[in-house]
Every structure is written in structure tokens, then in C-alpha cells.
Design a protein around this ligand. Structure first.
Ligand SMILES: Cc1cc2nc3c(=O)[nH]c(=O)nc-3n(C[C@H](O)[C@H](O)[C@H](O)COP(=O)(O)O)c2cc1C
Length: 163
């Protein structure tokens, strides 16, 4: 416990105990593609089918999500660890080299969908909230593909796990 505010390091240590499914959220706009490795995503409702994703709005490269008005949420399997690293920007690869590490297609909106994702949710953005450092995009699912039930890629205790 601490007051008046929670110490940021304590908060990060607590969140490190939170197991989050690793996903890549993608979009495309005017011939430019963008993908970001995230764990901050969850279901909002099943009728209509809706998910939300949280993206750092201090990274100008994320502006394209608001500009396109669409995103695809690609749920990763354990064997996608290299892709997760690439789309987290660890090796600072150019964007098309990141995409070249996987096979992609499109469902409805034109946002890139990973062909062998465990699941791919293709979404139109129906609402956006800017809170603190992040934009929260609410996406109505307009296309959905279930892949094979491979082991999931999960991030916890500051490292990847397969479950
Ligand atoms: C496991 C993991 C989870 C992440 N979760 C998020 C997230 O939920 N939201 C976010 O904005 N960034 C998240 N990031 C950071 C972004 O992946 C990273 O800042 C971004 O891809 C940098 O891309 P750039 O080099 O193209 O700017 C996460 C990174 C990792 C490794």
C-alpha cells in the first residue's frame, strides 16, 4: 500500500504477474500497413461481437489506426514468438520486413489477418476513448476466422510462455 499515488514500479511489478495472451493488432491505410504486438485487448460483448484494444498514443506510428478506422486482432500461437518480437519493434525492422515473417491475407475490412493465427478478429472501429497514455479502440467484429488450436503465446513474469 502507498499514498497518495501507487508507485509506478510497484504497479509494473504487479502487472508482471498478470498473464496476457499475446496478439498482433494490424491495420492498413492508403497502402501503408502497421502491426503492433499487444496484450492489452479483451472481449467487450458477444452481441454485437466486439473487442477492445489499448494502444499507446504517444507513438505517432499508431495514428494510422484512427485514420483507417479498422483493425484486425490476430491471436498468436506459441510458435509465433519471433513475429511477436518483430512487431514489438525489438530488432527495429522496417514494417514490411516484419510482415514478411508471416503469411497474411484479408477478411472484410482490408486490415491484415495472419493466416495461421489461432483466431483473427476483423473489426471496424465504432468508438475510441483517450485515457492517460493510451487510446482504447472499440471494434465491432465484422469478420472472424478460427485457426487451429495450437498452444497459445502468453506473456507473464516479463517473458513468453506456451500454454
Ligand atoms: C508482450 C508485449 C505486450 C505489449 N502490449 C502492448 C499493448 O498492449 N499496447 C501497446 O500500445 N503496446 C504494447 N507493447 C509494446 C508495442 O509492441 C511496441 O511499443 C510497439 O510495437 C513498438 O513498435 P514500433 O517500433 O513500430 O514503434 C507490448 C510489447 C510486448 C513485447
Amino acid at each position: 500500500m502507498s499514498a497518495p499515488g501507487i508507485d509506478p514500479k510497484l504497479y509494473r511489478d504487479a502487472m508482471a504477474r498478470y498473464a496476457g495472451h499475446v496478439q498482433i493488432v494490424t491495420t492498413a491505410h492508403e497502402g501503408v500497413r502497421r502491426g503492433v504486438t499487444i496484450t492489452a485487448a479483451c472481449s467487450v460483448s458477444d452481441s454485437p461481437a466486439m473487442v477492445l484494444v489499448c494502444l499507446n498514443r504517444h507513438n505517432a506510428s499508431n495514428d494510422i489506426f484512427a485514420e483507417s478506422g479498422v483493425f484486425a486482432l490476430n491471436t498468436l500461437a506459441a510458435h509465433h514468438k519471433g513475429l511477436a518480437d518483430a512487431f514489438a519493434g525489438f530488432a527495429k525492422l522496417p514494417v514490411e520486413e516484419r510482415f514478411a515473417m508471416g503469411e497474411w491475407d484479408e477478411l472484410v475490412t482490408g486490415a491484415p489477418t495472419l493466416k495461421d493465427a489461432i483466431a483473427a478478429y476483423d473489426c471496424r472501429i465504432v468508438d475510441t476513448k483517450s485515457v492517460s497514455t493510451h487510446n482504447i479502440f472499440f471494434g465491432e467484429v465484422v469478420g472472424l476466422r478460427l485457426g487451429s488450436k495450437d498452444q497459445s503465446l502468453v506473456y507473464m513474469d516479463r517473458s513468453y510462455h506456451a500454454i
